[in-house]
Design a protein around this ligand. Sequence first.
Ligand code: SAM
Ligand code: SF4
Length: 343
Amino acid sequence: MADGTAAPAKLPLVDRFGRQVTYLRLSVTDRCDLRCAYCMSEKMTFLPKAELLSLEELEQVAASFVKRGVRKIRITGGEPLVRKDILHLFERLGLLLGNGLDELTLTTNGTLLDKFAQPLAAAGVRRVNISLDSLDPVRFREITRLGDLEQVLRGIDAARDAGLKVKLNTVVLKHQNLNDIPDMIAWAHAEGMDLTLIEVMPLGETGEDRIDQYEPLSTVRHMLDAHWTLTDEPRTDHQGGPSRYMRVTETGGRVGFIAPLTNNFCAGCNRVRVTCTGRIYMCLGQDDHVDLRAALRTSDDPGAALDAALDRALRAKPEKHEFEIRTRGEAPALPRHMSMTGG
Ligand code: SAM
Ligand code: SF4
């Protein structure tokens, strides 16, 4: 400040239930080069470009969260690596590392990692979550509708060659990959990667009935107990996420469980999500949101408008999600696709 005193620190983002938001998931596009059957419909229509935040706006949003105490940013989508010039955003956000930000990471389907892994590592990314729902090329194609397993496996190799730590995410699908899960875990652990299992969430129309996809992770837990010895990993204070980790004695690796329908993990929630159109969703499982794009595009002082919007969002962060798998033929509880909010 002009008189030499330091500018007052901005207030951290603490909600009505005393939870501090330290983790931002930022979706940079709703587009994707795959059409996973649990995520989007085969004939998905995507948003016009003007609706999306520009790369500069995305950077501005991210920086305003970091000023308010966010220490970890995960870039997601849609498929984040299909967004034009996305590396530029990673490079810009990489400059915040050590300046308020502890970690910059991404979730990707891995199809473009053979091209992007090295430059992402150079921008400061150290870890990456890669989605992989089958190791069988035919089933992989069936689930993703467009995917080539070999290309994703090449992406995983490229990420590891670039020094990135890889964690795999696998959505458990009742009729498609349920019985393959133990083999997938054995493979991941033999390759030195943890694998997190995800319960299908009822987000958006996909052209398929959720009842035909949903399998509670408790079933998988029973399957794994028949193969291996699993022990609970202690939760660390900063975790605040939905994953519960178990160590598999025989393989030495870890399995994560994200089971929003069978377990409610909201009490320690430390995150919010911003869509590629600039809406803050305070909870993946609720529809309340605050529009940051309007704050950015219409205010004379976008920094102050963003701050005020963040405060509004925090006041509205709900206590817990309201997911449920409805009966056959009913519309999904939330019309929004996962690819809008980012997983
Ligand atoms: N395209 C990237 C990918 O697939 O990793 C990032 C975005 S994707 C929406 C993020 C994560 O959400 C993926 O792990 C995906 O499997 C998961 N996902 C998508 N739709 C889901 C749903 N309806 N229920 C549970 N997980 C879902
Ligand atoms: Fe694309 Fe990821 Fe959704 Fe699959 S889960 S369709 S890769 S956004």
